[in-house]
Ligand binder design. Structure first.
Ligand code: HEC
Length: 120
């Protein structure tokens, strides 16, 4: 049993080494299905339209100091690149997290901001 495990470990190391070469192109193909799954929350977001100008104003007034002028992050994490879903943003806006206070922005303003942010 022990020998078997050792052989297995040795094999894993070899496999990892082989993957480092990046010659494994066919393995990339199934990965294309992952972004398709991610589209579900994005569509949810797109379902509720948002007012981008209003959302940007809300962001600049309430979030920019910690999350950066270009959503690049600062005290708080980066928000660009669809880093968080609509639901995650609504949740953190209501509950707060770490140094981030709950209910900085509420109601329709929070929903508009979250829809816009999730789409960035
Ligand atoms: C006082 C600074 C501060 C302000 C203002 C602030 N945030 Fe944050 N935010 C943070 C920090 C710090 C974290 C990371 C908290 C942690 O992971 O413990 C965070 C986390 C987040 C997260 C990630 C939540 C998660 O699930 O990990 C989102 C989304 C977010 N903030 C959005 C916003 C939005 C939108 C606003 C404006 C309404 C805002 N933040 C205002 C500091 C701030």
């Amino acid at each position: 049993m022990k020998k078997f495990l050792m052989a297995l470990t040795g094999a894993s190391i070899l496999v990892l080494g082989a993957c480092g070469g990046g010659a494994d192109t066919p393995a990339d193909e199934p990965a294309e299905e992952a972004p398709a799954e991610e589209e579900a929350p994005v569509e949810e977001t797109a379902g509720g339209t948002y007012d981008a100008a209003a959302a940007e104003a809300t962001y600049e007034a309430n979030c920019m100091s910690c999350h950066g002028g270009n959503l690049e992050g600062g005290v708080g994490p980066k928000l660009a690149g669809g880093a968080f879903t609509y639901d995650e943003i609504i949740h953190v806006l209501g509950e707060g997290k770490g140094p981030m206070q709950p209910n900085i922005v509420e109601g329709a303003e929070a929903e508009n901001l979250a829809a816009w942010l999730a789409d960035q």
